[in-house]
Design a binder for this molecule. Structure first.
Ligand SMILES: *Cc1c(COP(=O)(O)O)cnc(C)c1O
Length: 369
C-alpha cells in the first residue's frame, strides 16, 4: 500500500460540471472579476458568517492587502508567530512592515502569554495564525490589541471553519485572510485567496487595492495592486464550496481516529485538547523524541507513506530572514518542535485502510526499538 499526501486527483476526478461552467465563461470572456467571482464571494461570506468577502490573487495577498488597508506601512512592526509558513512574514515584508515573532505553544499556535511583551511603541498590528487549523486564543489577542490600539488581521489560510468559543476564525479581527491554494482545505486550480471583513469601509478599500486602485475604468483613487481572483478559479470554488462542511467533518473524524490510536503511546505527544476550540486539521501533526523524528520520517517514506515535516527549520533561523536579527535560541518552543514534529495525511479522501497502514507503520517503528 502507498499513502500519498496530495489528494487532488481524487478531489477533481469528475470535473465535467466545472468544465461546463468554464465553457460558458469562454462565451462571455469575463476572465477577470466576472460574475462567478461575485458569486463565490457571496457564498464564502455566508460560509464564514461575515458581511463581506473579497477575492484576491493568493492567501499571501489576502494578508498583504488587509495589512495595507488597515494602514500598516513602512517601518511599522507587526507581531506574528514564530512557527508559521513563510507567506505570513512575506506579506508583512511586502507592505514594508517589520516582523516580530512570538513563540508558540504545544498546540502550534501563538503563545498569547508572551504576546504583550512583544509590543513596542512601533507595533501597529497583530497577525495571529490559526496554524494547522487550530484556533489561536483570540480572547487574549483581542485584549492586547484593544489595550495598545493595534489592528488584528487573522491569517486563517489553514483554518477554514475553525472555531474559537463558537465563533468562526477570521471574524475576530478587522479582516481574516484565507488561501484557496491547491494544498489548502478549500482548494482551486491555481493560486487564489479571499478576505473576509464586516467593515464597509475596509471592504471598499480592499476592492480598490486588488484592482490597481481603480474606482472606475478611468479614475484611480489610490495606488493598489493587481491581485484579482480569476473567474476560472471562482468557478472551481463555487463547485467545491458546498462540500466545505463535509470536508471539515471528514478531516476531524480522521484526526480523531489517529488520536485514538496514538493516545496511549508513550513515544508520541499529541497537542493537548483545549476547551471551546474546534480544530479543522489542515495538518495532522504530532511530536516524537528528536532522536526518532528523522528516523521515523524515513521509515514512513520507505514504506510508501508520504509524511511531511512542517517545518524542519524555524523561520527566524532562515538565511532569507537574517535581517530580522534574531539570535539562535530566541524561540525555544518553536526550535524544539522543528526537531520533533511530523505530519500524516488527514484529508477527506484518505481511507481507513490507509490510516490503519500509517498507524501500523508508526507503531512498528517504535516496537522495533
Ligand atoms: C498557505 C498559507 C499562506 C499563503 O497562502 P498562499 O495562497 O499560498 O499565498 C499564508 N499563511 C499560512 C499559514 C499558509 O499556510
Amino acid at each position: 500500500m502507498s499513502v500519498r499526501y496530495s489528494y487532488l486527483q481524487e478531489q477533481f476526478r469528475e470535473p465535467d460540471e466545472i468544465f461546463n461552467e468554464i465553457r460558458k465563461l469562454l462565451k462571455t470572456g469575463d476572465f477577470t472579476l466576472g460574475p462567478q467571482v461575485a458569486q463565490f464571494e457571496k457564498k464564502f461570506a455566508e460560509l464564514i458568517g461575515s458581511k463581506y468577502a473579497i477575492g484576491v490573487g493568493s492567501g499571501t495577498d489576502a494578508i498583504k492587502l488587509s495589512l495595507r488597508a488597515a494602514g500598516v506601512k513602512g517601518g511599522d512592526e507587526v507581531i506574528t508567530t514564530a512557527n508559521t509558513f513563510i507567506a505570513t512574514v512575506g506579506a508583512i515584508n511586502e507592505v514594508g512592515g517589520r516582523t516580530r515573532f512570538v513563540d508558540c505553544t504545544e498546540n502550534y499556535v501563538m503563545d498569547v502569554a508572551k504576546l504583550e511583551a512583544a509590543v513596542t511603541p512601533r507595533t501597529k498590528a497583530i497577525v495571529p495564525v490559526h496554524f494547522t487549523g487550530e484556533p489561536v486564543d483570540m480572547d487574549q489577542v483581542m485584549y492586547v490589541a484593544k489595550k495598545y490600539k493595534l489592528e488584528v488581521i487573522e491569517d486563517a489560510c489553514q483554518s477554514i471553519l475553525c472555531r474559537y468559543k463558537g465563533r468562526t476564525c477570521g471574524t475576530f479581527g478587522i479582516a481574516g485572510a484565507f488561501s484557496l491554494h491547491p494544498l489548502k482545505n478549500l482548494n482551486v486550480w491555481a493560486d487564489g485567496g479571499i478576505i473576509v471583513t464586516d467593515d464597509t469601509e475596509l471592504d471598499r478599500t480592499l476592492r480598490l487595492l486588488r484592482n490597481h486602485g481603480l474606482k472606475n475604468r478611468d479614475e484611480i483613487e489610490l495606488l493598489g495592486y493587481n491581485s484579482r481572483l480569476d473567474s476560472i478559479q471562482a468557478i472551481v470554488g463555487n463547485w467545491l464550496i458546498p462540500q466545505t462542511r463535509s470536508i471539515t467533518k471528514r478531516r476531524q473524524e480522521n484526526a480523531a481516529y489517529y488520536d485514538r490510536a496514538f493516545m496511549d503511546m508513550a513515544d508520541i505527544t499529541l497537542p493537548p485538547k483545549r476547551a471551546n476550540c474546534e480544530r479543522v486539521y489542515h495538518i495532522y501533526m504530532f511530536q516524537v523524541g528528536p532522536q526518532h523524528r528523522n528516523r521515523l520520517y524515513q521509515h514512513l517514506l520507505r514504506n510508501g507513506i508520504e509524511a511531511k515535516i512542517h517545518y524542519p527549520i524555524p523561520l527566524y533561523q532562515q538565511e532569507g530572514l537574517r535581517k530580522l536579527r534574531y539570535p539562535p535560541g530566541s524561540f525555544p518552543v518553536t526550535d524544539a518542535q522543528a526537531k520533533r514534529v511530523i505530519s500524516l495525511p488527514v484529508d477527506q479522501h484518505l481511507s481507513r485502510a490507509q490510516q490503519d497502514f500509517c498507524i501500523l507503520k508508526v507503531k512498528e517503528y517504535f516496537e522495533a526499538l
